[in-house]
Design a protein around this ligand. Structure first.
Ligand SMILES: [Cu+2]
Length: 109
């Protein structure tokens, strides 16, 4: 009888295993997406001397801002390197007083 019980248990558990694995990988994907939720933007102008960038941007969830075109300050002037007018970008920003600072920016693939 022991063998029968084991087989029955295995048959009941087996279908649950792929579901668990799928669920686990789904959770990871969701966590990563929330962590790296970057806004969409397009570079309209870059002022390297001032360290600012004019971006036409979509919704920026991290600061609750809707879509518009506006100027941001780079957190680090080096962030301007490799960016060109017309580039589509993914970025994140934070508000510091009246300034909006681009904290992260990368070219959209
Ligand atoms: Cu804006």
């Amino acid at each position: 009888m022991k063998t029968v019980h084991f087989v029955l248990a295995a048959a009941l558990l087996a279908p649950a295993l792929p579901a668990l694995a799928q669920h686990a990988s789904h959770m990871t994907t969701v966590a990563q997406a929330a962590k790296a939720e970057l806004a969409d933007g397009e570079v309209r102008r870059i002022d390297k001397a001032r360290g600012t960038v004019l971006l036409k941007h979509g919704e920026i969830k991290s600061i609750g801002m809707g879509a518009m075109t506006m100027s941001f300050r780079f957190k680090d002037a080096k962030m301007a390197e490799g960016l060109n007018v017309g580039d589509k970008v993914k970025f994140d920003a934070e508000q510091k007083g009246d300034d909006l600072i681009v904290t992260r920016i990368e070219r959209a693939k």
